[in-house]
Ligand binder design. Structure first.
Ligand code: ADP
Ligand code: MG
Length: 605
């Protein structure tokens, strides 16, 4: 059976941060009790003023009122602040766990827009509708219940206080029927308000679900485009502002339409609630006024009852709204737990790779179609890369080279066929152990807005000597010598005013350094020098080849001269492997390779 999401939230928070549940009763009690200090002592003070004979008592009640209000305020604030800090600590954990979960999910799942939108929209509502919010609602509920109990206790004396006199109104006020009608009226009001609140809040949650799609797009469109350093260039040079504004208008229009729907129902709820409230208050004040008129109680008590009635009323409507909130919250919690329960890595075996004498790779009859697309990006590709062999992948744009790299890295799985490393299908390996074997420079690599050292090592702790060596091997040495903060230099001005903005080629060098730093036995470089000048390129290639001398390597490049350094060349065309052999074999085979080779040679002759 599926566990209730609310119970799960409470257990989650209880497990992580039990102090929260120690503080909740304290805070709820202080919050609930606080208003009563004012009500009770100002009533006593008034009674003393009108009827009292002892001025000492006047001072006593005034002192109590001021003193207790002060102490109560102090305690209430201190406890509230402490609890807020605890909530904050737990919120940090929850946000981190969402990020961690995202990265544990199979990369291929992110082809799905819905998943990306879910994460995007969660980043918005997790603070006010996530598991912490559920616990906060519980706290609110406890507080309202405590307050309600206190006000009921005092209200009972209001209803039972006997009116003095023997006319019809007095006997009416004292009759049992009168109290009963009063209570039934109150019960009806409560039920109506509950239904109303639940309906509205459920609609709110439903609309948030629908908004998910738009919110994701909205963030990307508006904020990312306004603040983005890279996109800013294209937007200005191609005067794309109108296009963007137009799209922003469309997206916001959709969001507005959904918003209006939820706001209309909120407004209806508010009007309805206000009318019910007014009728109820009228009845209560009439009752109190009449009872006071018929001397059921004195002026001091009248003040007390007035305060109680408003406490009673606010705790009842508070309870109702928390209760309705709970119900709406369930929908958000469902979305949260749906995500956290998503099945992780489909192919995660237990085998530990044995790589004593190098890595060989066997690609057997692999066909692969990207999720959500129709035609395969790879068709029946078979090739074997021997231990310590270097193979170049070449082919026209879109022929499937990068796709095959992604499959080899285990980011996607083939529709059919198999990829084996040292004779074992890669799905049978423990995923993280398998990934440790591969050092890849992706065509669309990305750097982080962290320090240079963290970028090279992909870690917050790193070996500086190794990192510097890796940067030098990637021809970043000259630029590095200029950096006064060395490895500590923040990459990109986004993170730090002291950050450096790297050129496209320099970024690529850092990505290459990352590959050197990892020093894995299997190196894959997907167009690693596309952004580099010819002098850097030559140096980088010779270092890369030096580094992989005892390793297995795949190199993708459009500069065919660099392919000559590889043992064999695999030529791709429209998702198929069309030629596979050494440069000598292929350069006169009359196939695609020869054609490409001759086309490029033309520039240099
Ligand atoms: P290349 O040989 O230039 O590296 P790719 O392997 O990147 O080519 O792309 C092969 C084909 O797969 C192309 O037609 C491309 O449009 C398509 N493709 C690449 N990445 C994706 C993706 N993430 N989703 C859907 N289709 C993709
Ligand atoms: Mg590519």
């Amino acid at each position: 059976m599926k566990k209730n999401v609310f119970v799960r939230s409470v257990r989650l928070v209880l497990r992580d941060e039990p102090r929260i549940f120690m503080m909740i009763p304290v805070c709820a009690l202080l919050d609930a009790a606080f208003p009563y200090i004012g009500i009770i002592f100002s009533a006593r003070l008034l009674t003393e003023l009108t009827l009292g004979k002892d001025p000492g008592m006047l001072f006593f009640y005034a002192g109590m009122l001021a003193g207790l209000t002060f102490i109560g305020m102090l305690l209430k604030n201190a406890a509230g602040q402490y609890l807020d800090v605890l909530y904050y600590i737990e919120m940090k954990r929850i946000v981190q766990s969402i990020c961690e979960k995202s990265w544990r999910l199979d990369y291929s799942m992110f082809s799905d827009n819905a998943l990306r939108n879910r994460i995007q929209s969660m980043s918005d509502w997790i603070y006010w509708q996530g598991p912490i919010a559920a616990v906060q609602k519980l706290q609110g509920m406890i507080r309202h219940i405590l307050s309600l109990l206190a006000s009921i206790a005092i209200m009972v004396t209001l209803v039972t206080a006997r009116a003095q006199g023997d006319d019809i109104i007095a006997s009416c006020l004292n009759s049992f029927m009168f109290a009963a009608v009063f209570l039934v009226g109150f019960a009806i009001r409560t039920v109506v308000l509950i239904r109303n609140d639940i309906k509205t809040n459920a609609l709110g949650a439903e609309i948030t679900r629908k908004k998910e799609k738009h919110i994701g797009r909205f963030y990307d469109l508006v904020w990312a485009s306004c603040g983005d350093y890279k996109r800013g260039k294209d937007i200005r040079v191609f005067s794309a502002a109108d296009l963007l504004l137009d799209r922003i208008g469309q997206t916001l229009g959709e969001v507005k339409r959904l918003d209006i729907k939820s706001r209309t129902s909120e407004a209806k709820k508010d009007i309805f609630g206000d009318i019910t409230e007014a009728v109820f208050s009228l009845a209560v004040y009439l009752l109190m006024g009449l009872k006071a008129f018929y001397r059921a109680f004195g002026i001091g008590s009248l003040i007390e009852y007035t305060g109680m009635v408003s406490q009673f009323s606010s705790s009842v409507s508070g309870m109702i709204s928390v209760f309705a909130d709970f119900i709406a919250n369930t929908q958000y919690l469902n979305m949260y737990f749906e995500f956290m329960d998503m099945k992780e890595c489909e192919a995660n075996g237990t085998k530990i790779p044995e790589i004593k004498d190098g890595i060989s790779l066997e690609i057997k009859d692999v066909t692969f179609t990207y999720p959500g697309t129709q035609s395969p990006a790879l068709k029946e590709v078979s090739l074997t890369i021997g231990r310590r062999e270097k193979v170049a992948f070449i082919g026209t744009n879109g022929s499937g080279k990068s796709t095959l790299v992604k499959l080899i890295c285990g980011l996607y799985r083939p529709d059919s066929g198999q990829i084996c490393l040292n004779g074992v299908p890669i799905d049978e390996y423990d995923r993280s152990r398998y990934r440790r074997l591969i050092s890849a420079i992706f065509q669309d690599y990305s750097l982080f807005a962290f320090s240079l050292g963290e970028n090279v090592s992909a870690n917050s702790e790193y070996d500086s000597v190794r990192a510097e060596k890796a940067l030098k091997m990637a021809n970043f040495g000259r630029r590095y010598a200029d950096l006064k903060d060395g490895l500590e230099t923040p990459v990109s001005v986004y993170m730090d005013d002291n950050g450096i903005e790297l050129s496209g080629g320099e970024e690529q060098k850092v990505a290459i350094a990352r590959c050197h730093y990892k020093d894995a036995p299997f190196v894959i470089a997907d167009e690693p020098t596309a952004a580099l000048d010819p002098i850097s390129e030559a140096g980088i290639y010779s270092n890369l080849f030096e580094n992989v001398r005892d390793k297995t390597g795949i190199f993708i490049s459009h500069r065919l001269s660099s392919c000559k350094m590889c043992d064999r060349i695999a030529v791709f065309d429209k998702g198929r492997l069309v030629e596979f052999g050494s440069h000598e074999e292929l350069s006169s085979a009359g196939g695609l390779y020869e054609k490409m080779w001759n086309a490029q040679a033309g520039y240099y002759v």
